[in-house]
Structure formats: C-alpha cells, structure tokens
Write a protein that binds this ligand. Structure first.
Ligand code: NAP
Length: 162
C-alpha cells in the first residue's frame, strides 16, 4: 500500500518482479483521484484497489473503493480490506501514510532498512516510530534491517482474555 504522493512522484509498479511467488494486491490511497490513469498503478496487470472519496466502482481487477469524508480514513480502509479478505498489508510509504498507521497504533511489525553508504541530501524524514520493541537485526552488505514489534500488541497478546 502506498500514499498519493508516492504514487505521483515514483509511479511505482508495485509488482513482484525479482522473486518467485504470488503478485500482491496493489493498494493506494488517492482521495481526490489525482493519480493519472496513464500511471503504472492503472495498467491492469494485477488486482489493484484505489481508496478514494468519489466513487465505488469495479472493472476487471481494478476496484475504486469509496471512503466517507466525515470519518477517519485508516479505520475505514482496514475495515474495507478485512471485508475484501485481505488480512495482511505491507504499508510501503511515504512518510505521511506510514505515520498515520503508526499514530493509529494499527501495525504489527516494522522493518527499518538503513544503508551506511547512501546519503540523501534533501530527502524526507522517516516517520517517527513509537511504542516499538526491537526484536532482530540483520545485515546484508551495506544494508542493516531492524525489526520492531508493536509493544502494545505484544503486551496485550500476553494478557489473559477477559
Ligand atoms: N524510502 C522509502 O522507503 C520510501 C518509500 C515510499 C515512498 N518514499 C518517498 O516518500 C515520498 C512521499 O512521502 P509523503 O509523506 O510526502 O507522501 P505519501 O505518504 O506517499 O502520501 C501522502 C498523501 O497521501 C494521502 N494520505 C496518506 N495517508 C493518508 C491518510 N491516513 N488519510 C488520508 N490521506 C492520506 C494524502 O493525500 P492528499 O493530500 O490528496 O489528501 C497525503 O497528502 C516520495 O518522495 C517517495 O519517493 C520513500
């Protein structure tokens, strides 16, 4: 899943191209439908869901899912994905979209990849992670991957059910 600005700036394909396995469902939030239909998200190559506030419409493997403006978008999107039987979502960015999931406490695992050689002069700040517990660190060449779990979910899962 990606935010509108990432869709507009990067025009990502969001397909599985360099590894075996199934194609993920592509998901974007584009409340005002600003992403041009000529962009890769709309190439119809894999199932794609566009959360927006204008229309509910399904054609082939492209679903426009209408959100209500007077309610928070993240809970609406999660409810919709649950109803569509999508129970695992990789939120790929950018910062605003990631921050809204972090602030809403609706995440299980975060992976932060840092690179010791790459320096981005005028990049965006990464989102601010909170309530996170580092569980693992791996290094591949110049990349370090830190794995975090959501501390509140971890604690809650240890408590006896009421
Ligand atoms: N380093 C990485 O791993 C990585 C990964 C992905 C992207 N990026 C970079 O991140 C940059 C974009 O990040 P960004 O933070 O500016 O933008 P973004 O998160 O991609 O998109 C932000 C826009 O998406 C919509 N949106 C996001 N979350 C929403 C929410 N919870 N509710 C309603 N609308 C929501 C809003 O659109 P409206 O303004 O239309 O309401 C918002 O302005 C790009 O330059 C991209 O290249 C980096």
């Amino acid at each position: 899943m990606i935010g509108t600005t990432t869709a507009l700036k990067d025009d990502p394909a969001l397909t599985n191209r360099l590894w075996q396995g199934a194609q993920p469902v592509r998901i974007a939030i584009d409340t005002e439908l600003r992403v041009p239909l000529s962009y890769k998200l709309y190439d119809r190559s894999v199932r794609t869901i566009i959360f927006n506030t204008h229309k509910q419409q399904e054609e082939d493997n492209l679903l426009f899912y209408k959100l209500e403006r007077d309610h928070s978008f993240v809970p609406q999107m999660l409810q919709a994905l649950y109803q569509l039987n999508i129970q695992s979502v990789l939120v790929e960015g950018g910062t605003k979209l990631l921050q809204s999931f972090i602030d809403g406490g609706v995440w299980d695992e975060t992976r932060i990849i840092t690179n010791t050689d790459m320096l981005i002069q005028e990049g965006l700040n990464a989102p601010a992670l909170s309530n996170a517990s580092l569980i693992k660190k791996e290094t591949y060449l110049n990349d370090s991957i830190h794995y975090y779990l959501n501390l509140s979910l971890t604690i809650n899962s240890l408590l006896p059910a009421e």
